[in-house]
Design a protein around this ligand. Structure first.
Ligand SMILES: Cc1cc2nc3c(=O)[nH]c(=O)nc-3n(C[C@H](O)[C@H](O)[C@H](O)COP(=O)(O)OP(=O)(O)OC[C@H]3O[C@@H](n4cnc5c(N)ncnc54)[C@H](O)[C@@H]3O)c2cc1C
Length: 325
């Protein structure tokens, strides 16, 4: 798994994942939505030939942005059910289908679009295309307001013709690409939730600072949450270190996302209890964080899917251990 801040060959500093985590966590303690570097999708480092100057470099320079089109009306938690088709036609592919919820698709310059070759199912035949906004047959049908605070889109592809040079990576290799993207994003969502959870605990501290009775009443639960944050800290850095060593960190990515987003949700629920009625105002920072926290338990794969990944990775090695007993 690679999170990939810009590598040296493209003018970046190629800082480690461990360093990236330390900075991201600190940024998330602010309510100002900072972004670390330009928003470059990690799979765009698979760009080849002209794609590098057309897509990758402008994204690195902050001149272009992309959206990620994987989820569909009947394919969310399980992307292997995706139904959008890419039918070969000479040197082109004809894309047909609907994508639900790609974030920023209404403002992005292009979309990383996942479609399957005719006659394939499951993980086979999935192919990633880079499709420019404005391409004939590609339409942003609507944007959808969510409790997450963002307005992702519905994209419709109707006989959208794209040249084979728009394939990212290899034809039929799109499953590996979407999993690489999701793995990195799960880590990032988790790290951000981790930073936010710390921030929420600071808010709780400020709320009870001048109320000795409240401080006493809530101290036990604050201590409990601090312990969980410490445990998450260790888990997060272990995952980042494994990724830096080029070790398999899929289980850690799922664990960090699961643990951090569930923790953020519980910590914010607690903070709303401490804050009482004033924190329940719709635009209060804690109320906003609470809504956002709920959404993070679903996006980039719901908690149930993360649990499934963790047990799958455990039993991948664990099966042999069990047989020995
Ligand atoms: C704010 C926001 C932004 C998004 N941005 C993007 C984006 O940029 N690009 C993109 O492609 N998608 C995006 N999505 C879509 C998001 O990734 C999906 O919502 C998510 O993967 C879940 O899919 P679903 O909503 O269709 O849920 P479903 O697949 O319908 O699942 C519903 C629930 O069923 C349960 N469930 C499903 N499968 C299993 C299982 N195998 N085992 C146990 N329980 C299960 C889970 O509890 C799950 O929450 C975004 C969504 C939101 C809300």
């Amino acid at each position: 798994m690679e999170f990939r801040l810009t590598p040296e060959e493209y003018g970046g500093l190629e800082v480690s994942n461990v360093a990236m985590i330390a900075v991201t966590q600190e940024l998330e303690k602010s309510s100002v939505p900072f972004e670390l570097g330009n928003h470059v999708s990690n799979i765009l480092y698979n760009c080849k030939g002209e794609q590098i100057d057309k897509y990758l470099m402008p994204c690195i320079r902050g001149e272009k942005t992309s959206a990620f089109g994987l989820s569909e009306p009947a394919s969310g938690a399980d992307p292997s059910m995706l139904q959008t088709t890419a039918t070969p036609d000479g040197d082109d592919f004809i894309i047909n289908g609907t994508k639900m919820f790609p974030t920023f698709a209404d403002v992005a310059d292009f979309v990383q679009l996942f479609a399957r070759l005719p006659g394939t199912k499951g993980r086979e035949g999935v192919t990633c295309f880079l499709i420019d906004t404005g391409t004939s047959g590609y339409q942003v049908a609507r944007s959808i307001a969510t409790i997450a605070g963002t307005e992702p889109c519905e994209l419709v592809f109707e006989n959208c013709r794209v040249h084979k040079s728009q394939v990212l990576g290899e034809i039929g290799n799109g499953w590996a690409l979407n999993q690489a993207w999701l793995g990195a994003r799960r880590f990032q969502v988790g790290i951000r939730a981790h930073g936010k959870a710390e921030r929420v605990l600071h808010v709780v501290r400020d709320l009870v600072r001048h109320e000795p009775k409240d401080a006493e009443q809530f101290a036990g639960r604050v201590g409990y949450f601090l312990g969980e944050i410490e445990a998450l800290h260790t888990l997060t850095y272990l995952g980042a270190w494994k990724a830096d060593q080029k070790m398999d960190a899929r289980s850690e990515a799922a664990n960090v996302k699961l643990f951090a987003t569930e923790l953020l949700h519980r910590v914010t629920d607690f903070a709303l209890e401490v804050g009482g009625q004033s924190a329940l105002r719709k635009n209060h920072a804690l109320a906003r964080t609470f809504r956002h926290a709920r959404a993070t338990r679903i996006v980039e794969g719901p908690s149930e899917i993360q649990r499934h990944i963790i047990q799958r990775e455990l039993f991948r090695d664990g099966a042999a251990i069990l047989e020995l007993q």
